[in-house]
Design a protein around this ligand. Structure first.
Ligand code: ADP
Ligand code: MG
Length: 353
């Protein structure tokens, strides 16, 4: 089931204030894909999800499931499964009863209900826990029960709102792989809300990056990383984050301080330059002068903290292979890889090159 959001807007208003939580969102979500809805806290991710679910009424705009306009349909008639950050299981019921619960108003045969419950418990890997109560489960197990409960009605769409936030780091990793596997096995169109860029990048077919209720960019994660539309998107994706410098264009050259770090067709102006941490190469022919302050070795890679002598207040961090000869407290020259270097308008922060 593909989903289409058309000019979708939600304004929360009271006497004193007005919040445009979601501002004129236009997104096509292809059938069978996992879409990551990504952005900082408060950017409108949950509000978007709740409008798709039918829990919030849009201020304007439309929501289509396939060809059907579902904007006015109540949640129970939309064919969606929802999973929230806090598992929200019924504490007095067993795992089995929790998973079965959504089926009980559906007038299904008892053995059909039992079979489906087992099918989805097996799918999420909690078959042997069916007779336990939620409090006898770990956070990761509870979240799997919540996912099974969302899937048991065999919805057309699965909506997940920060489903891993309450898990510790190891479980978060494991559970996100599980979610990806379950999504692939069922082929269910899934929207996964998170503020964690690494999480969204690692499991999504496409990500939608949002800021202040506005869609910034939508594409495959690697494409957004390699081709950010603006400085916000460039800064939001990547660990370590992109390095940002004040620079300028002069006579076809791109400058940071006195160093001509690359070529450009842009007209003379002040710009903001972003360089990914993997965009630096130590070389005799280097054009950017840097001072190496500190080196951290992490496996095959070396993380280097450096300063540019022309903008001395800012340290920046780059990643190179650990066999490169480099000493702390020395000056070196580096080349900048053009494909890892982005130029942004000083004021609008839109990408220029
Ligand atoms: P996110 O999920 O990305 O953190 P939300 O969608 O929850 O963001 O919120 C987006 C904006 O809308 C925020 O500024 C938030 O304070 C506001 N907001 C969310 N829900 C309500 C509500 N029920 N009433 C008023 N404002 C709300
Ligand atoms: Mg939220």
């Amino acid at each position: 089931m593909d989903i289409r959001l058309v000019n979708l807007t939600k304004i929360f208003a009271d006497k004193n204030s007005e919040v445009r939580a979601v501002d004129n969102l236009n997104i096509d979500i292809p059938s069978g894909k996992l879409i990551g809805l990504l952005g900082p806290s408060g950017c409108g991710k949950s509000t978007t999800l709740y409008m798709i679910a039918g829990l919030h009424e849009p201020s304007s705009g439309q929501i289509f499931f396939g060809d059907e306009d579902v904007t006015a349909l109540p949640p129970e008639r939309r064919g969606i499964g929802l999973v929230f950050q806090n598992y929200a299981l019924y504490p007095h019921m067993t795992v089995r009863q929790n998973i079965m619960f959504p089926l009980q108003n559906m007038k299904l045969e008892k053995d059909v209900i039992a079979a489906r419950t087992i099918k989805y418990a097996r799918l999420v890997g909690i078959e042997e826990l069916l007779d336990r109560k939620p409090k006898q489960l770990s956070g990761g197990q509870q979240q799997r029960v919540a996912i099974a409960r969302a899937l048991v009605k065999e919805p057309k769409v699965l909506l997940l709102d920060e489903p891993l936030s309450n898990l510790d780091a190891r479980l978060r990793l494991q559970t996100r792989e599980e979610i990806r596997r379950i999504q692939r096995e069922t082929g269910i169109t899934t929207i996964f809300v998170t503020h964690d860029q690494e999480e969204a990048m690692s499991i999504s077919d496409e990500i939608v990056v949002m800021k202040f209720g506005l869609e910034q960019q939508t594409d495959a994660p690697q494409k957004v990383y390699d081709n950010p539309k603006n400085l916000f998107v460039a800064k939001f994706l990547g660990t370590p984050p992109i390095n940002v410098f004040s620079g300028y264009v002069h006579d076809g050259g791109l400058f940071i301080g006195e160093d001509r770090i690359g070529d450009t067709n842009l007209s003379d102006q002040e710009v903001t330059i972003g360089i990914r941490p993997e965009g630096f190469e130590v070389s005799e022919e280097g054009i950017m002068n840097i001072h190496v302050k500190q080196i951290e070795r992490i496996g095959r890679d070396m993380s280097v903290i450096a300063v540019n002598p022309f903008s001395e207040k800012d340290t920046f961090r780059f990643i190179i292979e650990s066999d490169v000869e480099l000493q702390e407290n020395t000056d070196v020259k580096v080349l900048i890889k053009p494909r890892k270097c982005f130029v942004f308008h000083k004021v609008t922060e839109e990408r220029l090159q």
